[in-house]
Design a protein around this ligand. Structure first.
Ligand code: FE
Ligand code: FE
Ligand code: ZN
Length: 301
């Protein structure tokens, strides 16, 4: 089982991410190179990287399974403001370079939001942008994430993802990241995940799936909401999520938890207790922990 969670990328960068992942009992992780909501970024510090790689080795983390996530605010679908579109392209190019420097093979990207245009136009802009980006000499692969269909999000079904992948010239550098909450919210019955995989394989190819975000959902199927819930507490449920995690066809694909923090709030009104240590333990045990939220509160208090 290759299982980890979203972790922070603090002042010691990937070294901090690695330590946090180890503290959760994870053997992989996903990070943003800065705040997910902005594009302020620092240069990569090679010393931290070397130390992190040693720690990873000692703790059974294969860096080939580590994943980066691009910030939410870049939007390749919208080229109405050419300067902003170009900014998104340049930023993603830089982010891929940073991933190369960190020896990280995958970067997850939300395809984009078709604001004030059709999905058709949005998807065309995404393809054009990606083809410009992937002309560079970086190596990191971009993983298009399957989206919930909130607002004007593109990439809400197999057909849209297929059109994007088909439009990319440099096929070796494009893959897909499934997100269980997004799939549920977009209308996929997660109890019939095998049917979804079959359909995906027929249209895009199962080999293109390089990462799966494992989240429960606060909302019913087809709600188009995109609100993640802790594992086993939402509408998808523990058994269904466990079956997806243990799916033989996705055995070698890293699974990443992006479930919400719980408990008290800090000054910025963010919850402060990460659930990942306990969710990972519960998944490894293969049994739902009825006291999940209490256990987390007790541990961090
Ligand atoms: Fe995402
Ligand atoms: Fe996700
Ligand atoms: Zn989401």
């Amino acid at each position: 089982m290759i299982l980890g969670s979203h972790v922070s990328f603090g002042s010691k960068q990937i070294l901090e991410s690695t330590k946090e992942a180890i503290s959760y009992g994870a053997n992989t992780f996903m990070f943003y190179t800065g705040a997910p909501q902005n594009t302020v970024r620092k240069n990569i510090n090679v010393e931290y990287l070397e130390e992190a790689k040693k720690l990873m080795e000692e703790n059974n983390i294969d860096i080939n399974n580590v994943v980066c996530h691009a910030p939410y605010i870049v939007n390749l679908a919208n080229n109405k403001d050419p300067e902003k579109w170009q900014f998104s392209i340049n930023f993603i190019k830089q982010e891929l370079k940073r991933c190369d420097e960190l020896n990280v093979k995958y970067m997850v990207l939300h395809p984009g939001s078709a604001v004030g245009m059709t999905h058709e136009e949005g998807i065309k802009n995404i393809i054009d942008g990606l083809n410009i980006i992937l002309k560079d000499d970086s190596k990191c692969m971009i993983l298009l994430e399957t989206m919930a269909g909130k607002g004007n999000e593109c990439g809400v079904d197999i057909n849209e993802i297929k059109r994007m992948v088909d439009g990319i010239d440099n096929k070796d550098r494009i893959g897909v990241c499934l997100d269980t909450c997004h799939l549920n919210d977009s209308g996929v019955d997660m109890n019939n995940f095998d049917d979804y995989l079959k359909e995906f394989d027929k249209n895009i190819g199962i080999k293109k799936i390089k990462c799966v975000h494992i989240n429960d959902s606060k909302n019913p199927i087809s709600s188009h909401k995109d609100r993640h819930e802790n594992i086993g507490i939402g509408t998808i449920g523990f058994d269904t999520l466990l079956r997806i995690i243990n799916n033989e066809k996705l055995k070698d694909v890293p699974k990443i938890l992006e479930t919400p923090y719980i408990g008290e709030y800090d000054e910025d009104k963010n919850r402060i207790y990460p659930p990942y240590k306990f969710e990972i333990e519960m998944i490894k045990n293969g049994k739902f922990n009825e006291n999940l939220l209490e256990d987390i509160r007790t541990y961090y208090k």
